[in-house]
Design a binder for this molecule. Structure first.
Ligand code: NAD
Length: 294
């Protein structure tokens, strides 16, 4: 068996196109220009790239992009003050504070200062609580992207065995919760899990979100399973250049799986597309209108 490749790039492009059409409708019919504010503290190179890409994609979709850069030694109080201003600004429908923050700033305090309605990252404790209790909140972008790809591929996932490897608040836990909401039988595996091979071997759906290159061996994958690899690991090649690989041993896994996401080009591109989509959702909820159908 050779797995189908789940093309996250193409999927993300389609979402972005739909978002751009929704923006036109919101402008023409409701006079709303959805706005996303992104706050970057410090000069972390990876964060700078993410923020630049988010800014570019937001503008390409026809939305307003508000970028706020703060020095690495900014105080927590100054950052909280900015968040407060953005909460109160009616032109801003979504707020994203790029993580990680410098060590002297309490990340949880900053996330929880964001108005839950504008928390397009879905990390606010109210939004995690709504996700856990089946309410309607803002859902974290990468986990949402994983579920969109799975639903597109599998349709109804009721009763399927899903194994999520990794239990972080930003990926593993919300992915598991979303799979539970899809009526999967969900197992969460983590660094203390005994016999990961056996746990993975019973899964119809494997979501790997660990950050360890090729931790998940291809031979563990059950024949016909669907594999979503969230991991992004930069490794050095023999020639000294670097390349990105996932948490799953791709070539071997592709011999057993029915479908698999590549790294890069799988989950990665979905995150920004879903962020734009979430900004539309936030703008519509704040205006008390339905999301435009396209
Ligand atoms: P994290 O470090 O917060 O969590 C990693 C999890 O993996 C932990 O819960 C830990 O228990 C588990 N773990 C560690 N070693 C393990 C082992 N040997 N066996 C089983 N489980 C183990 O990481 P995170 O923020 O959840 O990110 C995970 C990966 O996903 C990273 O590679 C990150 O770069 C990537 N990521 C990608 C995107 C994207 O593509 N858009 C977004 C977020 C994260």
């Amino acid at each position: 068996m050779t797995a189908d490749v789940i093309d996250g790039k193409a999927f993300a492009a389609k979402i972005k196109l739909d978002v751009a059409k929704q923006v036109v409708i919101l402008k023409e019919q409701h006079g709303i220009v959805p706005g996303l504010a992104v706050v970057l503290v410090g000069e972390d190179p990876a964060s700078q790239v993410y923020v630049r890409n988010k800014n570019k994609s937001t503008k390409e979709a026809g939305m307003n992009s508000f970028e706020h850069r703060m020095l690495p030694d900014v105080s927590e109080a100054e950052l909280l003050d900015l968040v407060k201003k953005l909460n109160e600004d009616p032109a801003v429908h979504g707020i994203l504070v790029q993580l990680p923050l410098p060590k002297h700033i309490n990340e949880a305090a900053v996330i929880d200062a964001i108005s839950p309605d504008k928390d397009v990252d879905g990390f606010h404790v109210i939004n995690s609580g709504l996700l856990a209790t089946g309410g309607q909140g803002m859902v974290p972008c990468t986990p949402q992207g994983c579920i969109m790809m799975l639903k597109d591929r599998l349709g109804d996932m009721s009763g399927l065995e899903a194994v999520v490897i990794g239990r972080s608040n930003i990926v593993g836990k919300p992915v598991a919760q979303l799979l539970l909401n899809e009526n999967c039988t969900v197992t969460m595996a983590h660094s203390r899990t005994r016999d990961l091979a056996t746990v993975v071997g019973r899964a119809d759906i494997v979501v790997a979100a660990v950050g360890v290159p090729e931790l998940v061996k291809g031979s563990w994958i059950k024949d016909g399973a669907t594999v979503i690899d969230v991991g992004v690991n930069r490794i050095e090649k023999a020639d000294g250049k670097t390349r990105l690989i996932g948490d799953v041993e791709y070539d071997e896994a592709a011999k057993h799986a029915s479908a698999i996401t590549p790294v890069p080009g799988g989950v990665g591109p979905m995150t920004i597309a879903v962020l734009l989509k979430s900004t539309i959702v936030a703008a519509c909820r704040q205006a008390g209108i339905e999301e435009p159908e396209v």
